[in-house]
Design a protein around this ligand. Structure first.
Ligand SMILES: [Zn+2]
Length: 108
């Protein structure tokens, strides 16, 4: 790994870890995948250098495509009221989410 600021080699620099998580839907329960990348501060120029997360992981905590697809299916495909979708996901999947999260998953 090299510093993005000046090209300094960072092999001997201590690693700090930055975490991001994906919450997605397994067969019956919510499945959480955690992604970790290396982060190092260059001792030469002070620039903080961080490896890249997968492109679809863009928040510290987020919902994945499986459960987001289920939210949209229940609201748009099955025409369930948002409160009932929240109830169903809490009761069946163990996922506590707000109605606002539902509307953010599929802006109507
Ligand atoms: Zn540097």
């Amino acid at each position: 790994m090299q510093c993005e600021g000046c090209g300094q080699g960072l092999h001997d620099v201590a690693v700090d870890w930055v975490l991001r998580q994906v919450h997605d839907l397994p067969p019956l329960r919510l499945w959480v995948s955690e992604h970790q990348v290396e982060e190092k501060r260059c001792p030469c120029c002070g620039v903080l250098n961080q490896a890249t997360f997968p492109s679809e992981v863009n928040s510290v905590v987020q919902y994945g495509s499986g459960i987001t697809g289920l939210m949209v299916y229940l609201m748009v495909g099955q025409l369930l009221p948002s409160m009932r979708v929240c109830d169903l996901l809490r009761d069946v999947v163990g996922c506590e989410l707000s109605e606002e999260t539902l509307y953010n998953a599929y802006p109507l």
